[in-house]
Design a protein around this ligand. Structure first.
Ligand code: FAD
Length: 367
């Protein structure tokens, strides 16, 4: 295929990963990112399950990521007081796929950013609309034509709104707070531990190395707005290391969780990747992995198929079933969080490892 002129809208995980995949194959690529500045990411963390780590290796940045990340060898489920419900090795869930890691968002972003030609990324440039013929309109009124426009612009994608329609993102009935704490002198924090409370509350800690721990807390809510008062009061009955970690969470990042479920991601001159195509709840921590796999697969088909139409059809066909699986598992898990607490605890004590294995097994083959 002749080298297409490609615009990637958004320099998040999916946009930067795709830029790397396409630049490696010799495509001329422009990336525009509406945020100004040096492109630093939110000061929180990311759990990278083994399929995300494998995709990063496939993109050629696995080594750099591993240098900055911490291994996650075990996963633990506790009740909110800190009493163990289940524990297993991450390797038993992922088998040959590889290791699981945890990293700060900023470190992952910096690695992807460094892997992409600096001149390819323009910050402070927002796309407002895209037409079916590949004409892009920017916020300053300028226009430009591209052979292919990639919407890597997140859950509220302007590219999706312009060309793909579909339902608006749906509030999932969950609110969350995230922060990075210094875990020095707080005993009992290693690897990945989810503490499950009543009324759908979860407090997750993930060790991210260099004496830091990524904390993620969520609750059910009928409305997508933060409740009045200090959020930390909502977790006041949690035990173990949680009270001491919460002392460091005054400035946590708040988010209302949404999902968006477009089923068509490809048109003649446009395609959606990452959260723009499929945003879901973080309960399986598969958002980053799916974004990275999208980039890997799209780069591959654009590099090998004879024309854009065939490549985009191949992309949609290769990704649809896998993404649908993750969406379905997220829905199942989100329902399970609302089981009566004694039933949920009994189920996890008896079957957590088996359930986690079954959730992830279809993600073992290469995307
Ligand atoms: C609370 C929470 C916790 C999560 N935890 C994990 C986890 O532990 N592990 C994991 O793998 N995943 C996790 N995820 C999911 C993961 O963060 C996302 O799936 C991933 O960031 C998607 O990347 P993206 O590049 O597609 O979108 P985004 O990260 O949203 O990036 C989109 C980019 O596009 C830019 N942009 C938007 N509109 C425009 C425009 N019109 N013009 C130009 N630029 C634009 C934005 O500024 C942004 O930089 C979590 C998600 C949430 C909400």
């Amino acid at each position: 295929m002749d080298k297409l002129r490609v615009l990637i809208v958004g320099a998040g995980i999916s946009g930067l990963a795709l830029a790397k995949a396409l630049l490696d194959r010799g495509f001329p690529v422009d990336v525009v990112e509406r945020r100004a500045g040096d492109g630093r990411a939110l000061g929180t963390g990311l759990y990278l399950p083994a399929n995300a780590v494998r995709a990063l290796q496939g993109l050629g940045v696995g080594g750099e990521v591993a240098k900055r990340a911490a291994p996650v060898a075990r996963q633990r489920l506790h009740d909110h007081r800190g009493r163990p419900l289940a524990e297993f090795e991450a390797g038993r869930i992922w088998g040959e796929v590889g290791p699981c890691l945890a990293i700060t968002r900023d470190d992952l972003h910096q690695v992807l950013r460094a892997a992409v030609d600096r001149s390819a990324v323009r910050h402070g440039v927002e796309v407002t609309a895209v037409a079916g013929d590949g004409t892009v309109t920017f916020a300053d009124g300028a226009t430009a034509g591209y052979d292919l426009v990639v919407g890597a612009d997140g859950v509220n994608s302007a590219v999706r709104r312009s060309l793909f329609g579909g339902p608006e993102p749906r509030f999932l009935g969950q609110l969350c707070w995230r922060f990075i704490a210094d875990d020095i002198a707080i005993p009992g924090i290693t690897d990945w531990t989810a503490r499950l409370g009543t009324k759908g509350r979860t407090f997750l800690t993930v060790q991210i190395g260099a004496g830091r721990v990524y904390c993620y807390a969520d609750i059910n809510s009928p409305v997508p707005t933060a409740p009045a008062g200090d959020w930390r009061g909502l977790f006041a009955d949690f035990g173990g290391p949680v009270p001491r970690l919460l002392e460091q969470g005054a400035d946590a990042y708040f988010a209302a969780l949404h999902e968006s479920e477009n089923t068509v991601w490809a048109r003649e001159r446009a395609v959606l990747v990452g959260d723009a195509a499929h945003a879901f709840s973080p309960s399986m921590a598969q958002g980053g992995a799916m974004a990275l796999e999208d980039a890997q697969v799209l780069g591959e088909v654009l590099g090998t198929e004879p024309d854009t139409g065939t490549a985009l059809a191949a992309f949609q066909a290769r990704r649809a079933e896998r993404v649908a699986w993750v969406v379905a598992q997220n829905h199942r898990r989100d329902k399970a969080r609302n089981l009566p607490t004694p039933l949920r605890n009994l189920t996890l004590r008896r079957a957590a490892e088996r359930l986690f294995k079954a959730n992830h097994a279809p993600l073992h083959p290469l995307p």
